[in-house]
Write a protein that binds this ligand. Structure first.
Ligand code: OGA
Ligand code: ZN
Ligand code: ZN
Length: 456
């Protein structure tokens, strides 16, 4: 592994070194894949109102009208310690007494300016129950007098949005994270795109862009000025760039006597960036300031979740090995005089409690030689990884896109793997500027924009 010692004008040599160690036999296989496919995406820069058909297929709806919600009756069930609410549409929901008392919205229990609970757990009686329940004629609220002498009023719409049922829970889950729309090469024939100036000026365009990045994991921003500093301008519309030990942004350029792969004209194997961080960057941005004009320099992009689902279907035992086996990733170096030594352990395919894929950590270049796998299991793990890698590189799943100057590729670094086709140093300078966002910031901005668009 190369150890970066220099930094030039904010350029992250350390980061490049991480990429440099990725020179591998498998990179050649990716290159072959490129040559075989040669399906360069042609994007018209003038398509400002592009709506990706994949997104239109999304079933997610952020709008719930609560204006018609009213309570027709409410009665306590003391045995179950729950309040039964009868809605105007004859449906019913049960609300635990302890939850209702805990969530009293009065100024004594809840600070509205900071939206924080003031009521302390030690002041919440375990056996709390209502001694009187009242529903006014208009059915817009429910009033409760409690056994501890307190009283609460809840609005019907507030209660309805928090109902203990699956539809309310699903609505909430849809707000927390948009449902992912998985794609293969055929489905991603037209790449989703947005226009740089529109994103700076128009909230609707920005919302649609953030939705695409969350659902499809990918969007190409067109017509950004071809000079450094544009990632900062776009980021001002979202939140903050995520700083890593390589700085706020990094530069990808070929340089003479480069000591790392990304600083050369060589191909880069499919990878996620910085899997050696436990809190790895959620979203990656690569701004093309100038592109290599000859043959090569294209990026390879693949939806690793879609491919993992294929692996789960055809080789469930290999899929399981990749979800169960922890892989070590590491990165050691110096940036701006500060030494770093990052280590993270993650399975290649990381599942959530319900078995859905949460993240994929695939980077053959910074995968450590330290490996906690049982010796007897190790061959089978390699076999599974090779199967996964073969599928990831397959033209059925992977697409190539050659950025034009002014493009910014924005993609989900937990999901969309990226690579680069090699090129010769005879076709002009290739210059990219990269940066990262955290998913928390991106989703937060998307929720704010969604709420505002609901109001308008
Ligand atoms: C990297 C990288 C892509 C490119 O530096 O990690 O993925 O197109 N670069 O140069
Ligand atoms: Zn209260
Ligand atoms: Zn990369």
């Amino acid at each position: 592994m190369l150890r970066p010692q220099l930094s030039r004008g904010g350029v992250s040599l350390a980061r490049m070194a991480a990429a440099s160690t990725r020179a591998s036999a498998s990179a050649a296989r990716v290159c072959n894949g490129f040559q075989k496919t040669e399906r360069k995406m042609c994007i018209e820069t003038s398509k400002r109102n592009f709506v990706n058909p994949l997104r239109q297929a999304s079933t997610f709806s952020n709008v719930t009208s609560n204006s018609q919600v009213f309570v027709s009756a409410a009665e306590p069930d003391d045995k179950a310690a729950m309040l039964k609410i009868h809605w105007g549409d004859s449906k019913t929901d049960l609300y635990p007494f302890i939850w209702l008392r805990d969530n009293c919205q009065c100024p004594q229990c809840f600070e509205s300016s900071s939206r924080s609970r003031k009521l302390l757990l030690q002041d919440l009686p375990r056996d709390v129950h209502p001694i009187a329940v009242e529903v006014p004629k208009d059915g817009r609220s429910v009033s409760l007098s409690w056994s501890d002498g307190h009283s609460s009023v809840f609005s019907s719409s507030w209660l309805h949005r928090r109902a203990f049922n699956s539809s309310s829970r699903n609505q909430r889950l849809g707000d927390i994270k948009l449902k992912k729309i998985l794609w293969d090469a055929a489905k991603m024939k037209d790449l989703p795109q947005a226009n740089f100036s529109d994103l700076l000026a128009n909230d609707k365009a920005l919302l649609r862009f953030l939705q695409e990045v969350e659902e499809l994991g990918l969007c190409i921003v067109k017509e950004a000025p071809t000079k450094s500093g544009q990632l900062e301008r776009l980021t001002k519309r979202i939140g903050h760039l995520k700083r890593t030990h390589y700085g706020l942004t990094f530069t990808v350029k070929v340089k003479a006597n480069a000591n790392n792969l990304a600083y050369t004209e060589k191909s880069l194997n499919l990878h996620v960036d910085q899997p050696h961080l436990e809190d790895k960057p959620g979203v990656q941005l690569l701004h093309c300031i100038s592109q290599y004009e000859g043959h090569g320099g294209d990026n390879l992009l693949v939806d690793s979740f879609c491919v993992a689902e294929k692996l789960r279907e055809v080789h469930p035992e290999k899929f399981k090995l990749l979800t169960d086996t922890l892989v070590d990733f590491y990165d050691i170096g110096v940036e701006d005089g500060i030494k770093f030594h990052a280590i993270n352990q993650e399975p290649t395919i990381n599942l959530d409690k319900s078995g859905e894929i949460k993240t994929v950590s695939f980077n053959n270049m910074v995968r450590d030689s330290h490996f906690g796998c049982q010796a007897e299991q190790t061959w089978a793990w390699y076999d599974a990884m090779m199967n996964y890698h073969d599928l990831l590189s397959d033209p059925q799943f992977a697409i190539t896109y050659k950025m034009s100057a002014g493009d910014i590729i924005v993609f989900d670094n937990n999901r969309v793997l990226h690579g680069r086709k090699g090129f010769q140093m005879t076709g002009g300078e290739r210059h990219l500027e990269g940066g990262y966002w955290d998913w928390d910031e991106v989703r937060s901005r998307r929720r704010v924009l969604m709420a505002e668009s609901d109001l308008n």
